[in-house]
Design a protein around this ligand. Structure first.
Ligand code: C2E
Ligand code: MG
Ligand code: MG
Ligand code: MG
Length: 280
């Protein structure tokens, strides 16, 4: 009886592994053509100043609508893009598209806007990364301060000697460096000490329960104070309620991002909102 169950679960297990491996292969295969087929597009999630409740920037978030496989979440395809190295080409598209789109708004009506772009560890092994960023910023007539690059511990953990040099070059141009998903890694504090971050993004898993969990609120409060002590600005991620917003303001958090303010939206929608905001 128990033997049969064991055999069944073993069978089930391998079948599941097969399905997973197949899925990964399919994703790899389809991702190769995604750029050429125009299946990748960016959405923009507004970042709000907590004091004024005005939009001061946005994070570019990638979407893949595969003709073969349907909509695939970035949590699933970004790792595949990294593993295959496709992220280098895709990341270049993200930088180009996001900077081109936002430069039109920045030049015509919102000069202080900043656009945040996520960088993957693999992109730091691309010898052209810095040159590409510089040439997009220059050719679209932007200032360094309009661009914010989000990196996670993963980038720093890859211990590539060039990461430090790359980050130094970027900050010299006035580009901001954010530590994304703060608190979820193993050694966020030591990275905070070793790299010239400008912004701390507190992970949404810490923000979730701040209105019901005193310990979470205290952790967020301490993170904000520490960041300020080090001269960093703080963005709270995943803010979903007015209660959370009010608490974060009371704890002197600088900015917030989350469904309470807006889900990630297409560029033209954000443009309309920004136009209304600046005409007031
Ligand atoms: P992330 O950089 O931490 O981005 C924030 C994620 O939280 C986004 O998920 C966003 O849609 C989601 N989010 C925002 N507000 C809320 C909220 O109030 N509640 C909840 N539950 N979720 C919220 P998304 O768009 O699925 O992206 C997932 C991750 O994929 C990103 O996490 C980022 O690490 C990665 N990613 C997305 N676009 C790119 C890209 O262009 N390049 C790279 N390298 N990674 C990307
Ligand atoms: Mg991010
Ligand atoms: Mg994040
Ligand atoms: Mg994340």
């Amino acid at each position: 009886h128990s033997k049969a169950a064991g055999r069944n679960s073993f069978h089930f297990y391998t079948q599941e592994m097969n399905i997973e491996a197949n899925r990964r292969l399919q994703l790899e295969e389809q991702l190769h053509n995604a750029l050429d087929r125009n299946e990748l597009r960016l959405l923009y999630q507004p970042v709000v100043d907590l004091k004024t409740r005005k939009i001061v920037g946005a994070e570019a978030l990638l979407r893949w609508d595969s003709k073969e496989l349907g909509a695939i979440s970035p949590e699933e395809f970004i790792p595949v893009a990294e593993h295959t190295g496709l992220i280098v080409e895709i990341g270049k598209f993200v930088l180009d598209d996001a900077l081109r789109t936002t430069s039109r708004w920045i030049k015509t009506f919102i000069p202080d806007f900043h656009i945040a772009i996520n960088l993957s560890p693999r992109q730091f092994r691309d010898p052209h990364l810095i040159d590409n960023i510089e040439s997009f910023v220059n050719s679209y007539g932007l200032e360094g301060r309009n661009l914010e690059l989000e990196i996670t511990e993963g980038v720093l953990m890859s211990q590539h000697a060039d990461v430090e040099e790359a980050i130094a070059k970027l900050t010299q141009k006035g580009i901001s460096i954010s530590m994304d998903d703060f608190g979820t890694g193993y050694s966020s504090l030591s990275y905070l000490r070793s790299y010239p971050f400008n912004i701390l993004k507190v992970d949404r898993s810490f923000i979730n329960d701040i209105s019901v969990d005193a310990a979470d609120l205290e952790l967020v409060n301490a993170s904000i104070d520490m960041a300020h002590g080090l001269g960093l600005k703080v963005i709270a991620e995943g803010v979903e309620t007015e209660e959370q917003t009010a608490l974060l303001l009371r704890k002197n958090c600088d900015m917030a991002q989350g469904y309470y303010f807006s889900k990630p939206i297409p560029a033209d929608e954000l443009e309309e909102i920004l136009k209304k905001q600046t005409s007031h």
